[in-house]
Design a protein around this ligand. Structure first.
Ligand code: NAP
Length: 310
């Protein structure tokens, strides 16, 4: 008897057609569908922020593939405890994050915004040369993306520290870990990059108390989640001079509301959650590889540990 074809369902608020076509290339025999209430059961799901009804109805899933690295939206749902959830591991996001962070870091430390303003009024002022030793870069989260960013920053000869839950060995990066070492990490950091997952432990971690422990005139680059940051505290610390500026890609409310003070703050750069975009070819290639491994009974990487929240 022939085996039943594999069934894959897609559920995300984006045009499904390119995703289904890419899945069709990988699995020509599979039954592919876009989820709607009452859709037939599937074996595998490719999702971004699916509604609760999706999980209530799709009870035969063997695994769920999240179309991003962060699973905070997914974990808000009530999901059968044994159902494997798989996050994206890099899948083309690491290089984008490295570009974004290096750009923000270089723009700040080499004063490109100052030169842009000067150029508009025809001014020629040479600054003192940059001393990298005065700009230690601390990276919160040394996971898949944090490690890639840390290595890129270290390659630019900045001193680099990383903070994670467990100790790491990354060339050119001083690893600190756990709550006990957070004060030491902050005290040695001038440019703070946030690449933590959003969990109950990390929500609001960037607040008046922690940001005040950074070196004076610190710079914040947040590319993780808006809910890591107490936004009023950032504004107050910008006004007091404790923070020299910030480049922010993510916000508590997205899109950032038109009246939000970040839009008009002269030392804040706002980008619309684009630091690490989900790339279709890399994402489907990664998911397809993992579906094949699961079908063959092999272990896969990128399984979400629900007790940790990432
Ligand atoms: P990851 O591989 O899971 O890495 C997470 C890192 O954070 C790990 O090093 C982990 O430590 C550390 N960590 C977690 N909880 C901690 C805690 N309580 N204390 C100390 N360290 C803790 O995640 P990733 O793939 O690098 O992605 C990171 C985040 O980036 C995502 O969760 C998402 O929110 C964000 N993101 C944003 C965009 C964007 O466009 N802005 C795009 C993609 C991702 P251990 O290694 O010791 O476990």
């Amino acid at each position: 008897m022939q085996a039943a074809p594999m069934r894959i369902i897609f559920c995300a608020a984006t045009d499904p057609q390119p995703w289904l076509e890419a899945l069709r290339q990988e699995f020509p025999q599979a039954q592919l569908a876009v989820w709607h209430s009452g859709a037939p059961p599937a074996d595998y799901a490719v999702v971004w922020a699916p509604p609760q009804q999706f999980f209530d109805e799709q009870t035969q899933l063997k695994a769920v593939f999240n179309m991003g690295a962060g699973v905070d939206a997914l974990l808000k749902r009530d999901i059968a405890p044994q159902l494997p959830l798989v996050r994206l591991s890099d899948a083309g996001m690491g290089v984008q994050m490295a570009e974004y962070v290096c750009h923000a870091l270089i723009r700040h430390t080499r004063q490109f915004d100052v030169f842009e303003a000067q150029a508009r009024t025809g001014q020629w002022h040479e600054p003192v040369p940059l001393e990298r030793a005065h700009y230690p870069v601390g990276i919160l989260g040394l996971g898949v993306l944090g490690e890639r960013v840390a290595s890129a920053v270290a390659a630019l000869d900045f001193p680099v520290l990383g903070w994670s839950r467990s100790p790491k060995q990354v060339a050119g990066v001083r690893s600190l870990c756990g709550m006990d070492q957070l004060p030491a990490f902050l005290a040695q950091t001038r440019v703070l990059v946030n690449l933590l997952p959003l969990t109950p432990e990390t929500e609001n971690i960037l607040n008046r108390s922690t940001l005040s422990q950074l070196q004076a005139g610190a710079y914040l680059i947040n590319v993780a989640r808006g809910r890591h940051v107490v936004e009023e505290d950032v504004l107050a610390l910008l006004d007091s001079g404790q923070l020299a500026g910030a480049t922010l890609d993510v916000f508590r409310t997205e899109p950032l509301p038109p009246a939000h003070p970040f839009w008009r703050h002269p030392r804040v750069t706002v980008t619309p959650h684009i630091a690490g975009r989900t790339m279709l070819p890399e994402t489907i290639a990664q998911i397809a590889g993992k579906v094949r491994a699961l079908e063959a009974g092999l272990p896969i990487e990128g399984l979400v540990d629900r007790s940790r929240g990432y």
